[in-house]
Design a protein around this ligand. Sequence first.
Ligand code: DQA
Length: 145
Amino acid sequence: VKVWVLNGPNLNLLGNREPKIYGSGTLEELNEEIVNRGRQLGLAVQCYQSNHEGWLVDKIHAAAGEADCLIINPAAYSHYSIAIRDAVAAIAVPVIEVHLSNIAAREEFRHRSLITPVAAGQISGFGKRSYILALEAAKLMLIGS
Ligand code: DQA
């Protein structure tokens, strides 16, 4: 069972970027944890990151036929990218939206995600554990309990 994890803009800076909000671990460390936990759950996980909207759209399209589930942190694009929302809506692969921070508890412009209405669900506010919870959700959806 294949799962792709896509991280959007500025998440390559994890560890240095506003650590009080996003934590002190790097993206590389996060990816390692995700891949290891995925393996324990019976999921083959591949992680990607891009700062570019079009690249993310292309990758979402490519997931059709390649991945059984997508876990996406669209980062700032969550709040305004109709292109990423439409890409998610266009594929049959289920998408789990994740955020490190609790976007509902932050600035008002972060409260709305354009992605949530077309996602299978959203997990927000648990730091790096948001991704681990998303893996658990993927496992339950794709393999069962
Ligand atoms: C984020 C929340 C977004 O509002 C922000 O633009 C990010 C990260 C999160 O994971 O908490 O870049 O998606």
